[in-house]
Ligand binder design. Structure first.
Ligand SMILES: C[S@@+](CC[C@H](N)C(=O)[O-])C[C@H]1O[C@@H](n2cnc3c(N)ncnc32)[C@H](O)[C@@H]1O
Length: 226
């Protein structure tokens, strides 16, 4: 399936914006959290058994969450990000962790080159910023039967049409730049997952005031057995 001009355009636009968005406060590996804003919720157990696993992160940013998984004994972790600034930072800060690799590029274009995976995840990452109808079937093809996909994102607000949205994000004081995100209701995400070859096992909707306001959702799915 060729990557369309629109998809490549969106990836370039997102890369330019994410190159400019904030450095993390810490360069330490992070414990996996799926919330938009910190709140009680599930952790890395959503990814299944991690010891000896091959795991890919779609839109890994500065890499701290994948680096946190290295401490759970994964055999191979592949962080993918479209932002050269972010991948450079991940590769620089976690270069001593020899189970981790950092791949620069659009997850949609890179996905077919991934090795067989035990798990993949997108933590407000590429599943939300690139066309999920293109990305998720490609990830399903790379996951071993029964392999897990976990994605977290914000859902569309009431009345917002589903699909591709251009949205401004703050990149600095008094400065904003465009990103493209793919906004769906929970039902919309479950439909796309099903069409892409996944069975959904678990949906978490936090009820704390801030995450509920933003429409945070965490979805755990599993590649259908062939
Ligand atoms: C909100 S940040 C999340 C980063 C990281 N997952 C975290 O939680 O810290 C979104 C990330 O997705 C990346 N991204 C956006 N579109 C992408 C694409 N098509 N392929 C790969 N990465 C992408 C951005 O560069 C950015 O680093």
């Amino acid at each position: 399936m060729p990557v369309t001009d629109q998809s490549a355009y969106d990836a370039r636009l997102n890369a330019a914006t994410w190159n400019r968005i904030g450095r993390p406060r810490s360069d330490r590996p992070k414990t996996m959290e799926w919330m938009f804003r910190t709140a009680p919720g599930p952790g890395p157990e959503l990814l299944g058994a991690l010891a000896g696993a091959c795991v890919a992160e779609l839109g890994c940013g500065h890499g701290a969450q994948l680096a946190g998984l290295a401490e759970h004994g994964i055999a191979r972790g592949i962080g993918i990000d479209v932002s050269p600034v972010r991948i450079h930072r991940a590769a620089t800060h976690f270069c001593d962790v020899d189970t981790l690799e950092w791949w620069l590029g659009d997850a949609v274009a890179i996905a077919p080159h991934l090795p067989p995976l035990d798990a993949a995840f997108s933590n407000y990452g590429a599943a939300w910023f690139s066309d999920p109808h293109r990305l998720l079937p490609r990830i399903a093809e790379r996951l071993k039967p029964g392999g897990r996909l976990v994605l977290s994102c914000l859902t569309r607000s009431t009345g917002m049409p589903e699909g591709r949205r251009r949205m401004l994000v703050r990149t600095g004081p008094a400065q904003s730049m465009w990103t493209v995100r793919w906004m769906y209701s929970v039902a919309g995400w479950l439909r796309i997952l099903s069409e892409s070859g996944f069975a959904t096992d678990y949906v978490f909707r936090p009820t704390d005031r801030v995450n509920a306001f933003w429409g945070t959702v965490v979805i755990q799915a599993r590649r259908n057995l062939a």
